[in-house]
Write a protein that binds this ligand. Structure first.
Ligand SMILES: *[C@@H]1O[C@H](CO)[C@@H](O)[C@H](O)[C@H]1NC(C)=O
Ligand SMILES: *[C@@H]1O[C@H](CO)[C@@H](O)[C@H](O)[C@H]1NC(C)=O
Ligand SMILES: *[C@@H]1O[C@H](CO)[C@@H](O)[C@H](O)[C@H]1NC(C)=O
Ligand SMILES: *[C@@H]1O[C@H](CO)[C@@H](O)[C@H](O)[C@H]1NC(C)=O
Length: 424
């Protein structure tokens, strides 16, 4: 009797399996279903250009001679002529366009998914086959409640930024001094990062009791932006969407000295600022997204100090940062491959963040050997995107990058959250 049930359920599973395989197979039959084409904004800045648009693509069934890539200043289905047409030549690649994306102040972004002027298309025999655009994704999580709702944060592919508050906004092309070259990690503010689709924020805080602001967003020992400004941006985003955000306070680089009184003052400040927003620890990282949504508190405050967080229900153990501390792209690949293929993460409930950037050493900075953080991000971001789109897309949790618009990690994460949860 028991055996029979087993057999029947096996049979049933096989049928189901054949069905799912069938569905995925059908998708693969379409030459374009596993292909990708997208636009990114280069982090590079010189005196002559800023926000240069780059095209990146991956198309295993590329057909030389028949296939072309075109960039448009508007939706190509409206019949506009392309600004630029090129021959892809290889099945995957990245190409600069010489086109400078215009400056869009954060206040001009909306809370609806929006194409920001530029589109790109893959044409076969002159026919539009695949279209994408430079776009914002302010509601991607809430739009996927039925897929993502039953999951915990460690099972979701989340786009993140490294040193999220170390941003500088340049409207015009400009030169950077050596300090800026190694301190600035993002070219849009935190609100814009969230509107573009980032859901994991890596925040470093300094304590400066002799300033009126007291709490500052730092990069290492460098004091950058009043923390209040960052907090307001996060609240604005939460007020205008139904998204879930992790505000992870990592490291306390200046002025905390492991002093519990100072930490206490800081936690009081965070609790007051985020009073109507943060979700108390409760079941912690075991909490599913559906439960988070049902509480209407959609902010998780992670805190990188165990001796403090156990006293406060407002704080969650921080996300585990996975740092390779590597200086070359090959070493970054080896490191990330190790963490992404280690099954130990299947058993841990605390989310982890792959820190997908190179780390300069002191001499690299003094001698400017790696050319600065923009150049380092330019060197790794498209590789990182392609690794996470083709190798580790099924295991990825949080992936935090520098200059997030210069990577395709946001659209990759969203696409794979869909595919991971539909067995394809
Ligand atoms: C390709 O994928 C899309 C979206 O996943 C799907 O709607 C479409 O039916 C697929 N095409 C084929 C031929 O299976
Ligand atoms: C931003 O919004 C302002 C005010 O509505 C408008 O004047 C300006 O042209 C907009 N800029 C861009 C780049 O869209
Ligand atoms: C901790 O900080 C408080 C407030 O700034 C200060 O009064 C106190 O002396 C500090 N304690 C230690 C052990 O440094
Ligand atoms: C990085 O990307 C470039 C260009 O696509 C490629 O030639 C190179 O092999 C990649 N490097 C690694 C380590 O994957």
């Amino acid at each position: 009797m028991e055996r029979r049930i087993v057999e029947i359920s096996l049979l049933f599973m096989m049928i189901l399996r054949v069905r799912t395989m069938d569905m995925c197979k059908r998708n693969n039959d379409d030459d374009f279903n596993d292909s990708h084409i997208g636009l990114i904004i280069s982090p590079m800045m010189s005196e002559s250009i800023i926000r240069e648009i780059e095209i990146y693509w991956n198309h295993r069934k590329y057909q030389p001679g028949r296939d072309k890539i075109a960039v448009y200043g508007n939706d190509p289905t409206s019949g506009v002529d392309p600004i630029l047409v090129l021959d892809p030549r290889l099945s995957s690649g990245i190409k600069s366009t010489g086109i400078q994306a215009e400056f869009i102040p954060t206040a001009n972004l909306t809370y609806h998914r929006q194409c920001l002027k530029y589109h790109v298309a893959w044409l076969r025999d002159g026919i539009l086959r695949k279209i994408n655009c430079l776009e914002t994704r302010p509601n991607w999580m809430a739009e996927r409640k039925s897929n993502l709702g039953p999951l915990q944060m460690n099972k979701i592919f989340l786009p993140g930024t490294h040193d999220s508050a170390s941003y500088a906004i340049h409207k015009l092309a400009n030169r950077e001094d050596i300090l800026e070259k190694y301190v600035i990690t993002q070219d849009i503010d935190v609100l814009a990062q969230l509107i573009y689709g980032v859901r994991y924020l890596d925040i470093r805080v300094g304590h400066y009791p002799s300033t009126t602001e007291i709490w500052w967003a730092n990069h290492g020992i460098i004091q950058l932006i009043p923390l209040q400004t960052i907090i307001e941006q996060v609240k604005t985003f939460l007020d205008n969407t139904d998204e879930i955000v992790i505000f992870d306070v990592q490291e306390f680089p200046v002025g905390f000295q492991k002093n519990l009184t100072i930490h206490q003052q800081f936690v009081k400040y965070l609790e007051k600022q985020f009073a109507d927003y943060y979700l108390p620890y409760g079941t912690g990282w075991h909490t599913t997204l559906n439960t988070i949504w049902s509480t209407k508190k959609r902010l998780i405050i992670g805190y990188d100090e165990n001796d403090v967080l156990r006293f406060y229900d407002s704080l969650w153990p921080c996300v585990i940062h996975q740092w390779g501390n590597v200086r070359t792209i090959e070493d970054l690949y080896r490191y990330l491959n190790r963490v992404e293929t280690n099954s130990i993460w299947d058993y841990k409930i605390t989310p982890r963040s792959a820190m997908a950037e190179l780390t300069p050493n002191t001499w690299d900075v003094i001698l400017n050997r790696l050319g600065g953080l923009r150049q380092m991000a330019e060197r790794v971001n498209t590789n990182v995107t392609s690794w996470y789109a083709t190798k580790w897309q099924r295991t990825a949790n949080i992936v935090a990058v520098d200059f997030v618009r210069g990577s395709g990690i946001i659209e990759t994460a969203i696409e794979w959250n869909d595919r991971r949860n539909s067995n394809c």
